[in-house]
Design a protein around this ligand. Sequence first.
Ligand code: TPP
Length: 600
Amino acid sequence: MAASIEAPQASALFLSAFFDELIACGVRDVVVSPGSRSTPLAMVAHASSLNLYVDIDERGAAFFALGLAKASGRPVCMICTSGTAVANYYPAVLEAETSRVPLIVLTGDRPPRLQNLGAPQTCDQLKAYGDHVRHFQQMPLAAAEERDIAFARQMGKTAFAKAVGSPPAFGDRGEPFYGCAGDAGPVHFNFPLDEPLKPDLSVEGLFRAGRSETGFEEPFVAAASSLDARQVQPILAALCNKRTVALVGEGTCFSFAERTALIEWAHRFSIPLLADPLSGLRSSDDELVIDAYDSIFARGEQPPVECVVRFGRYPVSKSCFTSICACGAVGEGARPVQIVVDAVDTRDFNAATDLFVRCEPRAFVEALLAAADGACDGASRASAAEWMAANEAAHARIERIGEAADDVEASYVAKALELAPDGSLVFVANSMSIRLIDAMYLKSEKQLSVLCNRGLNGIDGTVSSALGAAQAYRQTTFVTGDLTMLHDLNALALQRELLEHHGGSEAASIVIVLLNNCGGGIFETLPQKSDDAYFERLFLTPQRVDFGQAARAFGVPHTAVEGVDGFARAYEKALGVPGISMIEVPLALDGVGERFGRYR
Ligand code: TPP
């Protein structure tokens, strides 16, 4: 898309992509109330294939849309201008909320630079309907770079999926019926729109820009307990006999049954399972479990990929998700088709979802297994073989850590993973700790639970979370950096609570593996890295805490180790000791990035 594109063209392209996606999902109708600020929305809707109704009274317009959505079983869009118009939708929004009718409310607004300055017809429209909508989205100003158009489309899918809520009922002719079902309801998308307001509808690519050419007629399907045949066929067509991989995200396979179902599915379709360390799938050494993909992507050695099935959120590995979502980065040509399987939403910050299948991963794989009649052909088998070979080569690199130097974080993480008892918990801090676990945790039949506060990647409260999680296990290993430890040091006061009130000599055992590189080592790996003084002051923030003394102050046994052998001895001795114990590994702050890269 040309960078110099004019505003009227940008708004036409951005909004037409949004409407195009809504139409592809199944929206058929729009109710417009006249106004100036909403001009781009109204004009683009008018140019679309939607049935358009006009009603000057927003209050009545919204009830009209409500009746239409209720009877047709499809979400209906509503468009109004800024100010009191927005408030006039309120009664119908409340009714739609309570009777579970899918409405997609699109309000025009002034851009941020005109807010709170007394500009005409301008009030705070953010979350104007409070908790009465299923979803509120503040949209950005229209723009037409490729990533903006992709975002507009992703928002179209989001609006539809949030409005229809839980799975549709099917009408007599097999058509979806979303009205009054499950968790359907209103959603609100607020659009800041700038002058000139009139969109250029003659722009090339209107409604087509960024359209996925994947052959999915509908970019969103939802299922209750299982997908039906009509929903499964296009999915089979997209992933069979292709170079397909699965990204298996956090929490996908906590149970044996989930793991077994996923692995059976992978074998039937020859699909390598790129298993995030938090997926639960690395507790299987099946040949199709690809655990070393971070290293494969980091070196650019990944085989070509045509189709990606993503279960749950994107993996920890940035080199994986940036490669997989970038055009032409994985093998030749365009970016791979991406099918997202998640029970709630796409969590797609790359705006690269071609098909969103809203259901549980297990329901998805079981439906596909039931529907597929034969095995897949040579293309997918060849691709799977290439992934397995790449994984083996990466293993060989990673396993060299066995002879690794004592000054490398990865050696200690690998040793802890090797010695952690079957059935125990490994709780991992953010920053380098989770990346080290991703790199060093190789699949095996040993059952380890691996948990991390990955929702917001915070370094706060991590010690407390680990101690809480440890109460559900006999043995826990907590791997952390020093700043994360420092941030929540007073959590060690729980030692007394745990020992005196929760089991005494039977209390759960928690071994803290403190990788003490005296500061925020992760920043050594980021572009902020610099030889200038600001880098140390603002980012590395070196600390000189005596963790031995701190631990003892809380009655926590502490050992500082030198070398991997010493660590192994201390770790084995700490296993089974009731309550918290701490093993500190002294490391250098300089060169964290280089050391991490060595075995990757
Ligand atoms: N504050 C919170 C609450 N969460 C954050 N993620 C950050 C700040 C930003 N941050 C991310 S990693 C990091 C900081 C400050 C440094 C962590 O250092 P450390 O725990 O020693 O781990 P290392 O990088 O050395 O592995």
